[in-house]
Design a protein around this ligand. Structure first.
Ligand SMILES: *Cc1c(COP(=O)(O)O)cnc(C)c1O
Length: 352
């Protein structure tokens, strides 16, 4: 099979203008990995899969929407793109802009961007600007500047981002033969949950694939959609969802309600515990935000709010663990240091 990006695979189902000029890194077609050992830890008789979006070209699902947004911007003749980002959007925008021969400017909140994401944006040659403020401040700034200057905005406010991100829902239906019963995913700026719901609805109309219930999961310290009001100082280890004023918050709430699902919050400890459990029972290492969907699922099952038996459940793991190595380096379990001697090594191994 000739490798394809999401535009050549699903472009006929996406609402993109005719001037769109494809810029692709062959994103998408990420694996839907069965995780039976983790499933057994959480509940009896449930089928669980991880949609591993960390395997996209720049390490997160953002590439699906970015191929669409950059392709449209290029076709329109844009020379420069800009975004505010908690990190992954920045890396993705920078990579696709590089491939398109465009300039890329990214605004990131000060000191709160994971090392692997910042490194990515710099490596791909973006102009990185650190704003002394939150993600929400940075997003406000890029909205203002793109109103004044001919620079293309590639945040998920850009409708083509949502179009591209719908392809993850199509892939899940194609892989399973229908929609799952539940889809669990982290919610930050709420573009992704909005896109999944649009994608599942479109596929259902077209192919009668059924509709999942959506379990959107925020971090307790950044849970505006659960609290019902904006959060001025969002705080969480899950930096990708450290957002207090989600741009598509209303749409996310509506999607969850329409699907018969909900949006909940989990504590940072639950997120980190799930990150570890997923890595150590299934060999899938994701960044903290990406474990939030599964942490939410675990919490709902434990509280008796979600009956998992007989259900087919997909958890979206949005970004790769390598994005945020410092989280792991801060854990208690660290390498043992030994002199280069056999007896020292034997002593340690026999203790394990
Ligand atoms: C962007 C991102 C999210 C949040 O997605 P939204 O569309 O902002 O809700 C979650 N996890 C990761 C790894 C991300 O990069």
């Amino acid at each position: 099979m000739v490798p394809k990006g999401v535009l050549s695979r699903y472009g006929h189902l996406l609402n993109l203008p005719s001037h769109t000029q494809p810029v692709t890194l062959l994103e998408g077609a990420t694996p839907l990995i069965p995780v039976p050992r983790l499933a057994r830890e959480l509940a009896e008789g449930m089928e669980l899969w991880v949609k591993y979006e960390g395997l996209n070209p720049t390490g997160s699902f953002k590439d699906r929407g970015m191929t669409a947004a950059i392709s449209e911007a290029l076709g329109r003749g844009a020379k420069t793109v800009i975004c505010a980002s908690t990190g992954n959007t920045a890396a993705s925008a920078a990579a696709y802009a590089a491939r398109a021969g465009m300039k890329c400017i990214v605004l990131i909140p000060q000191g709160k961007v994971a090392a692997g994401k910042l490194a990515g944006a710099l490596a791909y040659g973006a102009q990185v600007i650190q704003v002394e403020g939150s993600f929400d401040d940075a997003l406000h700034l890029v909205m203002e500047i793109t109103r004044k200057h001919p620079i293309a905005l590639v945040n998920s406010l850009n409708p083509y981002r949502i179009e591209g991100q719908k392809t993850a829902a199509f892939e899940i239906c194609d892989d399973l033969g229908s929609a799952p019963d539940w889809l669990c995913l982290p919610v930050g700026n709420a573009g992704n949950i909005t896109a999944y719901w649009a994608g599942f609805r479109q596929y259902h109309e077209l192919k009668h694939t059924g509709l999942p219930r959506l379990l959107g999961v925020q971090a307790a310290g950044a849970a505006p959609l659960v609290l019902g009001h904006p959060v001025d100082r969002p705080e969480t280890v899950a930096t990708a969802i450290r957002i207090g004023r989600p741009a598509r918050g209303e749409e996310a709430l509506q999607a969850a309600a329409e699907s018969g699902g909900r949006i909940i919050a989990v504590r940072d400890e639950e997120i980190l515990r799930m990150q570890r459990l997923l890595a150590q029972t299934e060999g899938i290492w994701v960044e903290p935000a990406s474990a939030a969907g599964l942490a939410g699922l675990a919490a709902e099952i434990a509280a008796g709010h979600l009956r998992a038996r007989g259900q087919r459940i997909v958890a979206v793991c949005t970004g790769h663990g390598l994005k945020d190595p410092d989280i792991i380096r801060g854990l208690p379990a660290q390498p043992i240091v030994l002199p280069p001697r056999l007896d020292s090594l034997e002593e340690v191994i026999l203790r394990l």
